[in-house]
Design a protein around this ligand. Structure first.
Ligand SMILES: *[C@@H]1O[C@H](CO)[C@@H](O)[C@H](O)[C@H]1NC(C)=O
Ligand SMILES: *[C@@H]1O[C@H](CO)[C@@H](O)[C@H](O)[C@H]1NC(C)=O
Ligand SMILES: *[C@@H]1O[C@H](CO)[C@@H](O)[C@H](O)[C@H]1NC(C)=O
Ligand SMILES: *[C@@H]1O[C@H](CO)[C@@H](O)[C@H](O)[C@H]1NC(C)=O
Ligand SMILES: *[C@@H]1O[C@H](CO)[C@@H](O)[C@H](O)[C@H]1NC(C)=O
Ligand SMILES: *[C@@H]1O[C@H](CO)[C@@H](O)[C@H](O)[C@H]1NC(C)=O
Ligand SMILES: *[C@@H]1O[C@H](CO)[C@@H](O)[C@H](O)[C@H]1NC(C)=O
Length: 442
């Protein structure tokens, strides 16, 4: 007879000495997961990781955790929704006598956003419900960090003020605190439209007058998108698909998947097109919010600086919610990306900067402070996988010694001066320290 214990021990299912199934997977399927090609617009997907167990390393205990999270799966924004509806209407109006090929499904296609009130908000039902995923993640972190919770005091959860971010923070809180939600946590809404808040925000790039996300204008894939359009027009004639339509279909696929759990546009597009769509987005974002633009680490440096300060204090749990591009700024400031440039001639298959790996909907970065035999180390966990700090992984479980970590993440450039902030604007984050318990936002 075989048992679960035997399975674990020998890494294979063994019955009476006969090996029934290999204990090690010989197929590498992760590379084909379409969620890795939805440019960060599609449902959450874990980072591919490096094989490092999530378990706390032996002789270590977690002393502090800082979470910085993007809101969960959502509907398209109003402006991109308008574009999808226009595209949908055009396809529906085409005079097609014989629906065939990859786009045959358009004959029966219904528009995926039921009500214009849904735009900009989280998805609330179905397979990829953004609010459910945030709730589940809250329950998971409660399990992991239960020993850090002081049930006699109120814990803040910081959220940038857009509805979908606050809704995500609340759902996370309900998962983390369970029945104690109403009294144990306090949702602290951090205004994201009041630029006079300067550095005291979770959307610092927006409060930085010199941050110009159009400073570079890089893209990729025109020829490949045209080739894909030609392919679809040949197999499904009559729609006059253009190269630009391919880009629209790529994100239509992602958002329709968030809402309905599936999209026929995802099936219609070739893998060749998806690889180019992903790379096109990576190149653009790399030079807008990643290491390709020198203001990224300045805007993200504000959070990195606060992270460093919190790591040297006694607070145990810090939860912050914001947007993908702010998370990219932060990841950049923390030195987690090793790419220094991305070319636009060919796909750089060997890059680490892939937006679907870094900032899918519901993306989360956790910084854990470990105490291992009285020495402090830091581990970063990106999208549920240990993601070692490049150039600093000598500690237990490939963690980084705290002192070295502080050197790595301390910003080189001052936000206030690089952004040319007015004198009266806050020059660093203070909300982590001067928040007051209130329950009106819960
Ligand atoms: C497609 O292009 C052809 C030729 O330019 C034109 O006659 C037809 O109206 C177009 N159809 C659509 C759906 O745009
Ligand atoms: C639709 O296409 C058919 C066949 O090509 C043609 O006979 C018909 O006139 C077209 N109808 C419109 C409204 O363009
Ligand atoms: C943010 O600040 C702006 C400008 O002061 C104000 O109009 C807006 O109501 C504030 N938003 C929230 C959510 O408090
Ligand atoms: C941002 O940079 C682009 C490219 O250099 C420039 O055309 C544009 O005027 C800049 N925008 C602002 C607000 O400075
Ligand atoms: C960013 O690079 C530009 C040149 O492209 C330079 O003028 C600017 O001072 C740099 N800013 C920072 C914060 O390094
Ligand atoms: C690390 O943990 C040990 C054992 O629990 C404790 O005595 C020590 O004070 C901790 N060290 C730090 C730096 O927190
Ligand atoms: C980092 O924070 C410290 C205070 O903790 C502040 O003095 C320093 O100016 C900040 N550095 C940057 C680059 O923001």
């Amino acid at each position: 007879m075989f048992s679960f214990a035997t399975t674990l021990l020998v890494g294979a299912i063994v019955a009476n000495g006969l090996i029934l199934h290999p204990g090690y997977d010989q197929v590498a399927t992760d590379q084909y997961n379409l969620l890795k090609f939805m440019i960060g617009a599609g449902p959450f997907v874990e980072h591919s990781g490096f094989g490092i167990p999530l378990d706390t390393p032996p002789h270590c205990e977690i002393e502090q955790a800082q979470l910085f999270m993007r809101h969960g799966e959502r509907f398209p924004t109003k402006s991109s929704g308008k574009q999808y509806k226009k595209f949908y209407d055009r396809l529906k109006k085409a005079n097609i006598t014989d629906y065939k090929g990859p786009l045959a499904f358009i004959e029966d296609l219904e528009y995926f956003v039921p009500d214009s009130d849904n735009y900009d908000l989280e998805t609330t039902r179905g397979l990829y419900s953004g609010l459910l995923n945030a709730f589940k993640f809250g329950t998971y972190l409660r399990e992991r960090y239960d020993s850090l919770v002081d049930t006699s005091s109120v814990l803040p959860i910081f959220a940038a003020s857009e509805d979908r971010v606050v809704d995500t923070a609340r759902s996370f809180g309900r998962g983390f605190f369970g029945p104690d939600y109403a009294t144990s946590c306090s949702i602290q809404v951090v205004n994201e439209t009041d630029t006079s808040k300067g550095a005291n925000a979770l959307t610092t790039k927006d409060n930085c007058p010199t941050y110009n996300s159009s400073f570079y204008d890089y893209s990729f894939g025109d020829e490949i998108f045209q080739r894909e359009a030609d392919r679809l027009n040949e197999l499904s004639p009559g729609f006059n698909i253009t190269a630009d339509d391919i880009i629209t279909m790529g994100t239509y696929c992602a958002y329709e998947t968030n809402v309905k759990g599936h999209s026929s546009f995802c099936d219609a597009l070739s893998r060749e097109a998806f690889i180019a769509l992903q790379y096109n987005n990576d190149v653009t974002k790399f030079y807008q919010f990643g290491p390709g633009y020198n203001m990224s680490a300045v805007a993200g440096g504000v959070y990195a600086n606060a992270t460093a300060k919190l790591l040297q204090e006694d607070g145990k749990l810090w939860f912050s919610f914001s947007h993908d591009n702010d998370l990219l700024n932060y990841i950049t400031a923390l030195g987690l990306i090793t790419d220094t440039e991305l070319g636009t001639e060919d796909v750089d298959f060997h890059r680490s900067f892939k937006t679907s790996e870094l900032v899918p909907q519901g993306a989360r970065l956790i910084i854990e402070k470990l105490n291992c035999s009285d020495t402090s180390f830091v581990r970063t966990i990106l999208n549920d996988k240990v993601y070692p700090v490049p150039g600093c992984s000598s500690g237990p479980g490939y963690s980084c010694p705290l002192e070295d970590y502080l050197d790595i993440i301390t910003p080189e450039v001052d936000y206030a001066s690089a952004c040319e902030l007015p004198d009266d604007a806050p020059k660093e984050i203070s909300f982590y320290w001067d928040w007051k318990p209130t329950f009106e936002n819960n």
